[in-house]
Structures are given as structure tokens and as C-alpha cells.
Ligand binder design. Sequence first.
Ligand SMILES: [Mg+2]
Length: 425
Amino acid sequence: MQPINKRIIALVDCNSFYVSCERLFRPDLAKRPVVVLSNNDGCIISRSTEAKQVGIKMGEPYFKAKPLINKYKVAVFSSNYELYGDLSRRVMKILKNFSSDIEFYSIDEAFLDLTHITMESVEDYISKIRKTILQWTGIPVSIGAANTKTLAKVANHIAKKKKMGIEEFISKDQNYIDKELKEFPVAEVWGIGRQLSAFFHNNHFHNTYQLKNADNYWVRKNSSVVVLKTIHELQGTCCFPLNCTPTVRKNCCVSRSFGTSITDMYDLQEALVNHCITAAERIRSEGLIAKTIYVFIKTSRFKKNYLSRVEKIDIPMPTNNTLELVDLAIKALERIYSKGHYYSKAGVLLSGLQPRADYTNNLFSDLNRNLDHLMNIIDQTNNKFGRGSITLAAARHNNQFKLRRQHSSKIDTSFIQRAPVVKAG
Ligand SMILES: [Mg+2]
């Protein structure tokens, strides 16, 4: 029996999330191998179980995986973050119905505090969460529950291999958990990277049970306090509490590699204006203003005469106003641009972010008031009619710098014009 005062933590993780999102609108791909590629169709970043089985590796460049892809008729998708972002929001919204204490860990993972339910009902409860998400969104998830986040991660790995997609350590005795830990590779433990696992391997820790029983003093001396906490977590003592309040971000960076490199300053300007619009929208949606703007441009580091330039401008009156930020970004670009180079990437970083509400107005602040109002109206219009319905003329959209997305499903469930169409007969 576990002591009564222990927490119950569940980790919900969407299975092959990007692949699952694409499959929602392609039921014909349910049993076929499917992969999703990173930006500019570079590398494999999500694989269905079938794609894993035919030997396609995570992170492998697309061109290298092509022979296997052709041989096994693997369906390929370019990444479509509008779709993934929207489905992630839907999944997380459902999770909020099951617990108010929730940490959104990544686009497809969340920790839930389930201490409010009894130990005996954990299995039914997490099974219900899984079924609800599947029924309401079509996304399959795996759920692991345990007394600590690190053990919940272990349980989640085990859940992934089970047909029911769930595993819980709450109602199990220590022998059961230890048996699982003996089978569990150290490299898979949350927070133990490749380097650390090699270090432990060299010191004869071959499974997680051995790691759990490592000498505290030896670990502290040879590793870090974080690893020591991980070991305590494996023993069932909570050291990493749930982080339920999202931290206010300090920076907002929007950058992209170009599908094909560009040389003209006005094309670079167009890319930067679009990045600036996105970054400004993002910080406005979080109620923040920026003190500093950085603009950077670079050529490919794999080609001759590599060039990387950055310009920093301190903003006299912190702002989140698109017009002001775009103006500064263009000025910054003019200072760092030099002719005759093939640029492969450009970006904008808004820094020194602070809540708009905390900013004390000064003598000149009235100048901004009307612009704030204008930004509100633009944001509301774009929320209602879709991104980019109102934008700046400088964001021309001639597609030159657009990402390479040859295999995109082009579906966006948050934007009516890009929703899938069902045709009769
Ligand atoms: Mg996942």
C-alpha cells in the first residue's frame, strides 16, 4: 500500500501526434506507414507505428529515408502547425474537464494532478480520459499514472506498448514497479539524456532499477542535483511539482529558413515584415510589450562565405504595435543587409518582454492610444475572418520566401476556408 498523502500524477501523451492529426482526415491511411517532415521538408519528425516498423528513423533527413519510403509506399506529409496547434488546443481543453491542476508540457503532452480521486479508481479514470479524447477529437493518447512525474513518464512508455493505452503504478505494489524498472533502459528516463546514460552505463547502471538504488552521495559527487532528484522521483518521492501557471515569456522569436535562398533586400524585407507581424500578434495575445527588437539574416553555413548578421534596436517606448515594430525591423535590415549574398534565413526576436499592464505611461504615451485601438480591431478581424485578412502592404505575399511544403495537407481546422470539403457522389 502507498501512503495516503502521496500525489497521483498522470501523464497524457498523444501517440505519434502529427501523424495522428494528418490521419484524422485520411482514414485510408489508418493502417499504412505515415511520416511527417520538419520545416522545409527537411527531416522525419513524426512516424506512425508502421513507419517505425519498416525501419524509418526519427530525425533522419527526408532524402536519406526516400528509398525506404518508396519501397514501403509510406505516406509523406509536410508539417502543418496550424492543424496541430488547433488539435492540441482541443485535446488540452478536454483534459481541463478531468483536472484543474494541469501542466501543459508540450504541444502533445500534459501532466494532470489526479490526487482528488481514490487510488482504486485511477485505472477507470485514466481509461475514461483516453476514451473521451479519442471520441471527441479522434486523437489516440497514452496515459501513465504514478506518484511522481518521472514515474508517470515511465508508466506512459509502458502504456504506449499496451493495447488499452494506459498504465498505472498507483494501485500496484513496489515489486511490480521494480520489475518494470528492471526492464526500463536508463536512456529512456525523463531528464537522462544520451550523454548521461552513457556515463551511467560506463558505471555499470544498465537499467532503471539499478539507477533508482544508486548511492546518493556518489550521484551528488559525480553528477548533478537534478539527477539526484530524478532518482528520488524514481523512488516515489515527488521532487518536480507540477508547474500549473505558465511562466511569462521573456522573448518571442519568429524565424524561418527559406525554401530557396534569396538575394534581394526587398524579398528579405517581405519575410521580416511577415515575421514581425506574427511576433507582434503573439505578444499582443499574451498582453506583453517589447523593449528591444533584434533582426537577423544569415546565409547557409554549409556554403562558402558564410555570413550571419544581427542588429539590435532598443525601443524608446516599449510597444507591441505592429506598425512601429515593422518600421524598426526595416531600419535594422537596411543597416545589416549587404548585396551579393544568398540568404537562407531571416528572423525577428522581440526581447525584454513585460506585461503591458505593468508599464507606467509617460508624457508621450498618449501618442500610442489610437494605435492600440487599431491593433485591437485588426486582431479581432483576423480572429474572426482568418489570419492575414487584414495585413500590411509590405507583407506582399509573393510566396518567394515561403517554406517548402510540397506534401502539405493544407487543412486548417481553425480557419473555415481551409477546412476539408466533403463532396457528394
Ligand atoms: Mg507524443
